[in-house]
Design a protein around this ligand. Structure first.
Ligand code: CP3
Length: 342
């Protein structure tokens, strides 16, 4: 019954030509994105404007015909919906009010209070589920609790997530209260995205790689398992993509342990290794180096084909190992699609 290519891969089909989409496919490398963002005023106003957020989600679909569209929003909207201050400094990145002790938690709202702020996002999903071509799969998403917590604790992106590790070690009760709140809020947020029309959800744990050993199991694996388990109990047929970025050896067994249908891998993972160690458990999504979208040329063709060849024996979704960057050449995306689709 399922005809959409992305859903077939998520259901376990191996295909000669894998479905393709790119992380951050709606973004600053596209002139039409920059124009729409200017119309909205700024990035956050764009996220909360359903018509314009749907428009930028559709732009890369029109231009390239990707097999999936990912909802245009950000992982940091949840902290804002919970009551944190959030703003973006142009050229630098996000800034948030910080949580450094128990009193910071007391200032946050509850898991069921997020929908007032986030309702424009659900409206974007509803618009998209009407407007997308029938062969295109709509992906909803959220940040995983650990990654979102790293921004809420530090108030910004940090190279080594040191402030979050410090709170985890020195005031574990506050840290765990924050993780628990994020787990429950993320479940409600993704549940609403699915009810609005998201066909797949992806959980981005961009900083999972800085959790080691038991800490990885407690704060990357266990939250993903709880979120996915609860979502699947509410929506039994919902496919889920997990992305514990830079998990290294911890990628092994992760999809099975958390109940994910696909595991997204970063550029540090060899595709042949992924075929051997990961593809038996789930679909594998990845993992071209985003730098090649800047440099292009025959190396782009070669690398894209090498990844497809390595993963052809099992279910594969072609993607990058991380988001496409503002410096990428839009023409290189056409070149990539030619290399993958032939
Ligand atoms: O096209 C898509 O992928 C959908 C939309 C999307 C955005 N952010 C839009 C965005 C998605 C899925 C994200 C996820 C996200 N946001 C993550 C996880 C994935 C990853 O990249 O590791 C993280 C860590 C964030 C937080 C965030 N948002 C940061 C650190 C920044 C600033 C740095 C940067 O990459 O630009 C953002 C801003 C952001 N989110 C932009 C976009 C298109 C650029 C903002 C702009 O237009 O000025």
């Amino acid at each position: 019954m399922t005809q959409k290519k992305l859903l077939r891969s998520l259901a376990g089909d191996a295909m000669d030509v894998p479905p393709v989409w790119l992380m951050r496919q709606a973004g600053r490398y596209l002139p039409e994105y920059r124009a729409t963002r200017a119309k909205a005023g700024d990035f956050l106003s764009l996220c909360y404007n359903p018509e314009l957020a749907a428009e930028v989600t559709l732009q890369p679909i029109r231009r390239y015909g990707f097999d999936a569209a990912i909802l245009f929003a950000d992982i940091l909207l949840i902290p804002q919906a919970l009551g944190a201050d959030l703003w973006f400094v142009t050229g630098e990145g996000p800034r948030l009010s910080t949580i450094t002790e128990a009193s910071g938690m007391a200032g946050l709202k509850g898991k069921d209070d997020i929908h007032e702020t986030l309702s424009p996002v659900y409206e974007t999903v509803r618009i998209l589920s009407q407007e997308l071509p029938k062969e295109t799969t709509l992906i909803g998403f959220a940040g995983a609790p650990w990654t979102v917590a790293t921004y809420m604790i530090a108030g910004r992106g940090t190279p080594d997530q040191a402030p979050a590790h410090k709170l985890r070690e020195e005031d574990n009760a506050t840290f765990e209260a924050l993780i628990d709140l994020l787990i429950e809020a993320t479940i409600e947020y993704l549940d609403m995205q699915v009810k609005a029309g998201a066909e797949v959800v992806k959980l981005f744990d961009s900083w999972a790689g800085s959790l080691k050993g038991e800490a990885f199991d407690k704060y990357a694996l266990a939250p993903a398992k709880r979120i996915i388990g609860e979502l699947k109990s509410r929506h039994p047929d919902l496919p889920v993509i997990a992305f514990p970025r830079e998990a290294g050896d911890k990628y092994i067994g992760f999809a099975k342990a958390v109940g994910a249908d696909a595991l997204a891998i970063d550029t540090s993972v060899d595709a042949a290794w992924a075929a051997e160690h990961l593809q038996g458990d789930s679909c594998v999504q990845g993992n071209l180096d985003p730098k090649l979208m800047v440099t292009g040329g025959e190396e782009l063709d070669r690398e894209a084909r090498r990844i497809c060849d390595a993963l052809r024996g099992g279910p594969h979704i072609f993607n990058l190992g991380h988001g496409i960057t503002p410096e990428a050449d839009p023409e290189n995306v056409h070149r990539l699609l030619e290399a993958v689709r032939g």
